[in-house]
Design a protein around this ligand. Structure first.
Ligand SMILES: Nc1nc2c(c(=O)[nH]1)N=C([C@H](O)[C@H](O)COP(=O)(O)OP(=O)(O)OP(=O)(O)O)CN2
Ligand code: ZN
Length: 122
C-alpha cells in the first residue's frame, strides 16, 4: 500500500453556533490542509498518482473556499463550516475528481490554527 500527502491552504471567514460563544462572531482562519490518498498499484510511470495532478485537483477545491464567507457557500448549505465538515467537503470533492483506478482519499486534516485541527478518515 502506498500513501501520498499533499499540503495546501485557504483563507476564509465563518461563524459557528453551538460551539464556543466567541465563534458566533464573524471571524476567519488561515486553514492549512493535509490531504492523503492511498492505493496499492503504481502506474507504468512508477507512481500512484502524479503529485502535480493531485495538487491541481486540491487547488481547484481550495479555490472554491478561498476568501469566501463559508456560511454562505451554496456547496455547504445547512452544513456548519467547522474544520470537521470542511475536511469532509474536501475529501468528498477530491474523491469525485480522482480518475485513477484504485486510488482513494484516505485522510484529510484541516488545521484552523497552529494548535487545532480536525481529521476525517473517509
Ligand atoms: N471541534 C471543533 N471545535 C471548534 C471548531 C471546529 O471547527 N471544530 N472551531 C472553532 C472556531 O472556529 C474558533 O474560531 C476557534 O476557536 P478556539 O480554538 O477555541 O479559539 P482560538 O483560535 O482563539 O484559540 P485559543 O486557544 O482560545 O486562543 C471552535 N471550536
Ligand atoms: Zn473559527
Amino acid at each position: 500500500m502506498f500513501e501520498l500527502k499533499i499540503l495546501s491552504h485557504f483563507s476564509a471567514a465563518h461563524q459557528l453556533t453551538m460551539v464556543a460563544k466567541k465563534c458566533e462572531n464573524l471571524h476567519g482562519h488561515n486553514w492549512k490542509v493535509e490531504v492523503c490518498v492511498k492505493g496499492e498499484r503504481l502506474n507504468d510511470a512508477g507512481v500512484l498518482v502524479d503529485f502535480g495532478i493531485l495538487k491541481s485537483y486540491v487547488k481547484e477545491i481550495m479555490d472554491r473556499l478561498d476568501h469566501r464567507f463559508l456560511n454562505e457557500l451554496p456547496d455547504l448549505e445547512n452544513i456548519p463550516p467547522s474544520s470537521e465538515n470542511l475536511a469532509v467537503y474536501i475529501a468528498e470533492n477530491l474523491q469525485a475528481m480522482i480518475d485513477e483506478p484504485g486510488v482513494v482519499v484516505s485522510k484529510v486534516t484541516t488545521w484552523e490554527s497552529d494548535d487545532a485541527c480536525a481529521t476525517y478518515f473517509p
